[in-house]
Design a protein around this ligand. Structure first.
Ligand SMILES: [Zn+2]
Length: 511
């Protein structure tokens, strides 16, 4: 037996011992319930979420059993980190130990991978494990391509399988508004509809009738599904740019008054929210009300990327705002809007997150301290933000964007270049040139799938893997414990597991 285990992400510490635990099918008798949520035992639901059936056992009535134990330990195998766990397999017993339900959940996810690979005969072993980073996320763009709730849940389950803990749900953009806001019904009625040039086979009549936004019930079911997998959803609503869908629905929020259209092409568009119109805060207040009602997580992402100032330059209201707000120039209007919107998010009891452009032109209106910066234009924005003591999520497009090709070949789907699995695996969230004192501000990282040209969820999966798996390991393991050759070796077993989960993956060269 190979002494290295076929796990992705690889655990922080693993030792394989002699002996085998015989597991009857994928159904395990379990001993005692240590973990409760809302007074209900959760051991079985943790096992069920990992595809393992279980049934309560009276001690010693079965020769093999599993126990999920709650324990606070310190020392070399400290379980103080709520996401840490230990997993011990002996010939008669599997023991998962953790200090919180999240840790127990990750221990069982490791067991899930072992059961999928070893089937009925698990090797005896001891694993101690904990994440290197607290923010391990993945962004799915559901605006450029509208994905089904089933696909979103599939991605969430796959995320949990890789011990990721954030799902960043990109809900609005120029090409479609996917979030129903009761006070502003046209956002979805008008803003979700476009003639999609990627689907020429679809008849205009079908576009008229097909719903391309998520209902409250669907969103609630996704939130619940994610919570059961210890994943927090971070909803994103773009502002002040990438606003075409909103403006098509409510043209009064643009500088020119429209008319505007829900874009069917890709790019950066000049029509953005009018920074001189106070009513933009009314509509976003209602949008944040909706987000707060539907998403219990701590964070709301307010976009902030790629906002052109063209319209602001010639808009009398925007120019009046510059004078009234004592700003030096038109470009600073974005920092003025960001400050107000961030305050609105905070007033809703949530923490705002913005793309790294929120740091630009902030001479007069510094970025509010509470805003978490997500660095996508390389690592410089993240470095600058950390040095200003903002918390940071690192998503440099050259490492973390999975809509790029898996390999430099005209045969491969994807756009805007390529990132091999080897390059993806070399990613480290903390920029090399960041001094150690600011490193704690780097919360972790996120992969992203921008869905221009990706109407098929199967092609989306193909682009994600193996780079999603590589990223998960980069966010779970500290740099010194990463090993690309081990990852390549384990990828062979991981592919079989992904196949069992009906996930499509790229199977070509990794470097
Ligand atoms: Zn304006």
């Amino acid at each position: 037996m190979n002494k290295e285990l076929p796990l992705i992400p690889y655990p922080q510490y693993a030792a394989v011992h002699d002996g085998i635990f015989n597991i009857p099918g994928r159904s395990i008798p379990f001993l005692s319930d240590s973990f409760y949520e809302k007074d209900k035992p959760v051991s079985c639901s943790i096992l069920n979420a990992a595809g393992l059936a279980c049934f309560p056992s009276v001690e010693k009535s079965f020769s093999e059993s599993i126990e999920i134990r709650s324990e606070q330990t310190s020392g070399p195998y400290s379980l103080e980190n709520p996401e840490s766990y230990s997993l011990e397999i002996t010939t008669g017993k599997i023991t998962v130990t953790a200090s919180s339900v999240a840790g127990a959940f990750y221990g069982v996810q490791t067991l899930r991978q072992l059961v999928m690979t070893y089937e009925n005969a698990l090797p005896c072993l001891f694993i101690y494990d904990k994440p290197a980073y607290e923010w391990r996320g993945f962004l799915l763009d559901t605006s450029r391509s509208f994905y089904s709730v089933d696909f979103i849940k599939k991605i969430i389950d796959i995320s949990a399988f890789h011990k990721m803990n954030r799902f960043h749900w990109h809900l609005t953009d120029d090409q479609g508004w996917r979030l129903p806001v009761p006070e502003y019904p046209l956002l979805t009625k008008t803003g979700s509809k476009r003639w999609d040039r990627n689907m020429p086979a679809r008849e205009p009549a079908e576009t008229e009738t097909r719903r391309e936004y998520y209902t409250d019930d669907e969103i609630t079911s996704v939130v619940q599904y994610a919570a059961e997998r210890h994943i927090t959803i971070v909803p994103e609503v773009e502002l002040p740019g990438h606003a075409s869908a909103l403006l098509a629905a409510y043209p009064e929020f643009g500088c020119t008054g429209g008319p505007y259209k829900v874009e069917s092409c890709w790019g950066i568009f000049p029509d953005v929210l009018c920074a001189g119109n106070d009513a933009i805060f009314d509509i976003y207040n209602a949008i944040f009300d909706t987000l707060t009602r539907l998403f219990p997580g701590k964070w709301i992402h307010i976009g902030g990327d790629e906002c052109l100032a063209d319209r602001w330059k010639t808009c009398p209201k925007c120019q009046a705002r510059i004078k009234k707000g004592e700003l030096d120039n038109t470009a600073q209007l974005q920092s003025w809007v960001t400050e107000k919107m961030a305050a609105l998010v905070l007033a809703h009891g949530r923490i705002p997150i913005g793309w790294d452009e929120v740091l630009d032109n902030t001479e007069k209106k510094p970025l509010p301290e509470s805003v978490i910066v997500q660095s996508w234009r390389g690592t410089e924005g993240g470095k600058k933000a950390a040095e200003l003591k903002h918390n940071v999520i690192m998503s440099p497009q050259t490492m973390c964007y999975m809509n790029l090709q898996n390999y430099d070949s005209i045969e491969e789907p994807g756009r805007l270049g390529f990132i091999t699995a080897k390059k993806a695996y070399s990613y480290s969230p903390v920029p090399e040139n960041l001094s150690a004192e600011y490193a704690p501000y780097i919360l972790g990282g996120e992969g992203a799938l921008w869905s221009e040209e990706l109407p098929s969820s199967r092609v989306a999966e193909y682009l994600l893997f193996p780079r999603f798996s590589a990223l998960a390991e980069c966010l779970w393991l500290p740099e010194e414990k990463k090993d690309f050759l081990r990852f390549v070796h384990n990828w062979d077993d991981h592919k079989k597991r992904l196949t069992e989960m009906h996930v499509l993956y790229y199977d070509g060269k990794l470097e």
